[in-house]
Design a protein around this ligand. Structure first.
Ligand code: NI
Length: 173
C-alpha cells in the first residue's frame, strides 16, 4: 500500500511533468495506486498523491466496473453546461464540498503501454477525470471554491488532523 499525500504536502502543488517512459515500473505503480485507492474507498488517485510528479492518474468506478489508467491526459473538449457535485479527495480525508464543473468532457490520453485513446465522459466519470486532471497541475478542488469556503475547508482539515493526532497519542497511553 502506498502513502497518500495530504493537504500541506508540497508535491500536491507541483505542475507534474509528462510521462516519457512506458515501462514495467509504471505498470506496477499504477497497479499499486488502484489497490491504494480501493483500500481508501476512493474512485480516483493521481500520481502526485502518491509522491510522484508525473502526469498520470487512475480511476475506478465500482458501480459500473470502470477501471482505467490515464497517462499524459489532455481535456480536449468540455460541455458548456455546468453543474454542482459533492466532491471529496483522498488528500483531504473525511471532507467534501460541492464544486461546479462542466458536465461532460472529452479526454485524450495514453494507456499504461503508451497507446493513445479518446474518451467522452459524462456524470461521475466526467467529474472524476476533471478532479484528477487538476491534481496534475497542482490544483485541488478547494481551489475552485470561494476564498471563504476554501479557508473554511482548510480549517476543517487542520482540526481533523489535530483530533487524529490526539486520538493516536491517547491510544499509546
Ligand atoms: Ni483528489
Amino acid at each position: 500500500m502506498l502513502d497518500i499525500s495530504k493537504l500541506g504536502d508540497d508535491i500536491l502543488r507541483v505542475k507534474c511533468s509528462e510521462v516519457k517512459t512506458f515501462d514495467r515500473s509504471l505498470e506496477l505503480l499504477t497497479e499499486a495506486m488502484f489497490e491504494t485507492m480501493e483500500e481508501a474507498e476512493g474512485i480516483g488517485l493521481a500520481a502526485p498523491q502518491v509522491g510522484v510528479d508525473k502526469r498520470f492518474f487512475v480511476i475506478g468506478l465500482p458501480s459500473d466496473g470502470f477501471r482505467k489508467v490515464f497517462v499524459n491526459p489532455q481535456i480536449i473538449e468540455t460541455s458548456v453546461e455546468e453543474g454542482p457535485y459533492e466532491e471529496g479527495c483522498l488528500s483531504l480525508p473525511g471532507l467534501s464540498h460541492e464544486v461546479i464543473r462542466p458536465l461532460e468532457v472529452t479526454v485524450f490520453a495514453q494507456d499504461v503501454h503508451g497507446k493513445a485513446f479518446t474518451l467522452k465522459a459524462e456524470g461521475l466519470l466526467a467529474r472524476a477525470i476533471q478532479h484528477e486532471y487538476d491534481h496534475l497541475d497542482g490544483k485541488l478542488y478547494i481551489d475552485r471554491l470561494s476564498p471563504d469556503e476554501k479557508k473554511h475547508m482548510i480549517e476543517l482539515f487542520k482540526r481533523r488532523k489535530k483530533n487524529e493526532r490526539k486520538g493516536k497519542s491517547r491510544k499509546r497511553v
